[in-house]
Write a protein that binds this ligand. Structure first.
Ligand code: KG4
Ligand code: ZN
Length: 341
């Protein structure tokens, strides 16, 4: 029975590693952000991301092993993100994870990045219990999922165009706030007047649980063009109007999904779930609807190795291969995952 798992996350612009022990919990985790590397380009450059993962991942693994007093022979399995994500970046984590597993003669398990986000709140105390409704909001995905158990997922709604994190990033760029956009918008929004601009709450006036954020982004750009100057206060006012529109839209859809499914637990995860205003509004919704709301701690909302190590521990008996050949899956639906026995 495997107990101690090394997790490696390299799907985008963060190198995350962690050691999770089935009996003792999370023993160590480390993150190396590539923000400074990509900042001059205003977004993630895939080739640079992959090269930086190569430089960073092994020293980071060494650090978590030292910190958790883990020797190579103490590791029972290696989990790595197999997709979805940037192909070159994924290949770094996959090949290093596979090579270590081969050298240590332990199984390697390829983890679905969004299942990692979905299960990240399981690392907290108290952890949510199945079944629950999940809102997954990241840079690449916006999904409402009804979750019966691990791998028992029913997609209730998703974005038809931009993911919500992507909308944050594009809006930040239009406002000259740089990358990554989410935290930058949240920061300046604190100084904004929410009444100055009114932006749409897309797709909330019709039934259904799908989302669309590209129109909101266009509304932001039109609003900016209509302003005479884009001074600091105007930037803050647009930022708060955008954030409020997104938070309202997500809250309305969550309420609708809770009412439709009758679930009494809501799990919110992915990079955008670090947003303080979103957490506040969803917690208020929880009180109104008598629903318990769970989030990961802020550092585990965005990409990290801990969620991959944890998900690897849950999926350990499958997705396993000791073969030397392997693949990554840049596009991979969460709905394709099998239930665990
Ligand atoms: O989960 P994540 O780290 O990577 C993906 O799987 O995509 O999510 C990154 C996204 C980015 O779009 C980033 O702008 C957004 O999460 N984000 C936030 C905040 N922190 C990160 N959006 C809003 N508010 C935040 N505080
Ligand atoms: Zn992610």
């Amino acid at each position: 029975m495997s107990e101690r798992i090394l997790g490696i996350e390299t799907s985008c612009d963060d190198t995350g590693v962690a050691i999770f022990d089935k009996r003792k919990g999370l023993l160590a985790h480390r993150l190396a952000s590539q923000v400074d590397l990509h900042q001059p380009y205003g977004g993630v450059v895939p080739e640079l991301a992959a090269r930086d993962h190569i430089r960073t991942v092994l020293p980071l693994i060494k650090k978590v092993m030292v910190e958790s007093e883990t020797m190579a022979e103490d590791i029972d399995a290696v989990a790595y993100t197999a997709g979805p994500g940037l192909a070159g970046a994924l290949l770094v984590g996959a090949s290093i994870g596979r090579s270590l597993a081969c050298a240590w003669e332990v199984p390697a398990v390829g983890v679905h990045h969004m299942e990692g986000h979905l299960l990240a709140p399981m690392l907290e105390t108290p952890a949510p219990e199945f079944p629950f409704l999940a809102l997954l909001v990241s840079g690449g995905h916006t999904m409402l999922v009804d979750v019966e158990g691990v791998g028992q997922y029913r997609l209730l709604g998703e974005s038809l165009d931009d993911a919500v994190g992507e909308a944050f990033d594009k809006t930040a760029k239009a406002l000259g706030l740089g990358y990554p956009g989410g935290p930058a918008i949240a920061r300046v929004a604190e100084k904004g007047y929410p009444e100055r601009f009114k932006l749409p709450r897309p797709m909330t006036d019709r039934p259904g649980l799908d989302f669309s954020f590209s129109g909101l982004k266009t509304a932001v750009i039109t609003t900016i063009q209509q302003c005479e100057t884009l001074d600091e206060q105007t930037v803050a006012d647009v930022a708060v109007a955008f954030q409020d529109a997104v938070v309202d839209t997500l809250t309305i859809k969550c309420r609708r999904a809770l009412q439709e499914t009758g679930r009494d637990t809501l799990v919110v995860s992915g990079g955008v779930s670090a947003n303080a205003q979103l957490r506040k509004k969803l917690s208020e919704l929880g009180e109104i609807e008598n629903v318990n709301v769970f989030y990961p701690r802020p550092e585990f909302c965005t990409d990290n190795g801990a969620m991959i190590a944890y998900t690897g521990s849950v999926r350990l008996n499958e997705n396993i291969s000791t073969e030397l050949g392997f693949d990554v899956f840049p596009r991979w639906s969460l709905m394709d995952l099998p239930p665990i026995e």
